[in-house]
Design a protein around this ligand. Structure first.
Ligand SMILES: NC(=O)C1=CN([C@@H]2O[C@H](COP(=O)(O)OP(=O)(O)OC[C@H]3O[C@@H](n4cnc5c(N)ncnc54)[C@H](O)[C@@H]3O)[C@@H](O)[C@H]2O)C=CC1
Ligand SMILES: O=C([O-])CC(=O)C(=O)O
Length: 313
C-alpha cells in the first residue's frame, strides 16, 4: 500500500487528507504545513473520526519536517494562498510561485521517486514552474484542475438536464482559469445520448458559463475559495495513481506537440496510473474547440512569462 504526503494543511489540503484517510486510499498519510502545530491539529481531528468512520490509515501531521515525508509514493502540493472574492487565480502568482518551487524541491529530496501533483494556483503555471525547477520527467509531475472542473461541469449539466449527475459524462480541458477552461459540450453525453439532443443551445451555454466561473462563484459565496470538491478531486487523482486505475482524467501535463502545443502545461485528457500522467489521449476537437484551446494556451503562456519577470524561473 502507498504512502502519500499532502503539503498544506489548509482547506484543500486537509480535505484531501481527510478523503484519502477515510476512504483508505493509502496506508500511510503525512500532512505537512509551515504553520506551527496546524497540520498536527488537523490530523488529530481527522484521527478522532477513525472509529466513527471505520478506517485505519496511519496518519501523521508535521510542522515543516520533510524527513517525515520520506519515501512517499505520491506528494500533493496545496501550499499557498487562495484567492479572495473579486480576484483571479493568476493574481496569486507572486506569493505562490516561491512557495511551490521550494516545497516541490524539498519534497523531492526525501522522495525522489514520488509522483507530484500540483494543486496550488495559478495551477497551470505552478505546474510548469515546478516541472522546470525540479527537472522531473513529465509523467512524474502534473497538475490537478480538470478533475475538479469536470466534476463541476457534470453537476451543472445534471441540474440543467434534471438527471442523476453520475449518469452524465463530460470533460473540461484547457487552462484552470475563469476564462481559459473549455467544457467540451460536443463530447458530453447522458447515458450515451449527446447532451445537445437533451437541452437547448441556450441552456448548454449557461452550463458552460457556470462551469467556467465555478470557482469564482464559490469564492464569492464563501469569502475564500472552495475546498470540498477541490480536496476530493485531488484525492480522486491520487487514487487513480496508487491503485493504478488508469482513469482518464483531464490533467495539467507538459505538452510536446499534442493539441498543437509545445513547452506548456495545460489540461488535456490523460491516463492516470502508477506511472503518474502515463499517456495523453488525442480527442477529435471541433474547429471551435481547437480555436478555444489555442486561445487558452496563449493565456496560460502569458502567465508563465510572469515567472521570468518575477525571477523564479
Ligand atoms: N487546482 C485546483 O483545482 C484548486 C486549487 N486551489 C488552490 O490551492 C491552494 C490552497 O488553497 P486553500 O487550502 O483553500 O488555502 P489555505 O489558506 O486554507 O491553506 C493553504 C495552506 O498552505 C500553508 N502554507 C503556506 N506556505 C507554505 C509552505 N511554504 N510550506 C507548507 N505549507 C505552507 C498555509 O500555512 C496554509 O495552511 C490555493 O492556492 C488555491 O488557490 C484551491 C482549490 C482548487
Ligand atoms: O477558485 C479558486 O480560486 C480555487 C479553484 O481553483 C477552484 O475552486 O476551482
Amino acid at each position: 500500500m502507498a504512502k502519500v504526503t499532502v503539503v498544506g494543511a489548509g482547506n484543500v489540503g486537509a480535505t484531501c487528507a481527510n478523503v484519502l484517510a477515510a476512504r483508505e486510499i493509502c496506508s500511510e498519510l503525512v500532512l505537512l504545513d509551515i504553520k506551527e502545530g496546524f497540520a498536527e491539529g488537523k490530523i488529530l481531528d481527522i484521527f478522532q473520526t477513525a472509529t466513527l468512520m471505520d478506517f485505519d490509515t496511519k496518519i501523521t501531521g508535521v510542522t515543516n519536517d520533510y524527513s517525515a515525508t520520506a519515501n512517499s509514493d505520491v506528494v500533493v502540493i496545496t501550499s499557498g494562498i487562495p484567492r479572495k472574492p473579486g480576484m483571479t487565480r493568476e493574481e496569486l502568482i507572486g506569493t505562490n510561485a516561491g512557495i511551490v518551487k521550494s516545497v516541490a524541491t524539498e519534497c523531492l529530496k526525501y522522495s525522489p521517486k514520488a509522483i507530484i501533483l500540483i494543486v496550488s494556483n495559478p495551477m497551470d503555471t505552478m505546474t510548469y514552474l515546478a516541472l522546470k525547477a525540479t527537472g522531473l520527467p513529465k509523467n512524474q509531475l502534473f497538475g490537478m484542475g480538470g478533475a475538479l472542473d469536470t466534476a463541476r461541469f457534470k453537476c451543472y449539466l445534471s441540474k440543467a438536464l434534471e438527471v442523476n449527475s453520475n449518469e452524465v459524462e463530460g470533460m473540461v480541458i484547457g487552462g484552470h482559469g475563469d476564462t481559459t477552461m473549455i467544457p467540451l459540450v460536443s463530447k458530453a453525453t447522458y447515458k450515451g445520448i449527446p447532451v445537445c439532443e437533451c437541452a437547448s443551445a441556450e441552456v448548454l451555454e449557461k452550463v458552460v458559463a457556470d462551469t467556467m466561473v465555478g470557482g469564482a462563484t464559490l469564492t464569492k459565496l464563501l469569502g475564500t475559495s472552495a475546498w470540498y470538491a477541490p480536496g476530493a478531486a485531488a484525492a480522486y487523482v491520487v487514487e487513480s495513481i496508487v491503485r493504478d486505475q488508469k482513469k482518464v482524467v483531464a490533467s495539467c501535463v507538459y505538452l510536446e506537440g499534442e493539441y498543437g502545443q509545445n513547452d506548456i502545461c495545460i489540461g488535456v485528457p490523460t491516463v492516470i496510473g502508477k506511472g503518474g500522467a502515463e499517456k495523453v489521449l488525442n480527442l477529435n476537437l471541433t474547429e471551435n474547440e481547437k480555436e478555444l484551446f489555442a486561445k487558452s494556451a496563449a493565456a496560460v503562456r502569458a502567465t508563465n512569462d510572469v515567472l521570468k519577470e518575477i525571477g523564479v524561473l
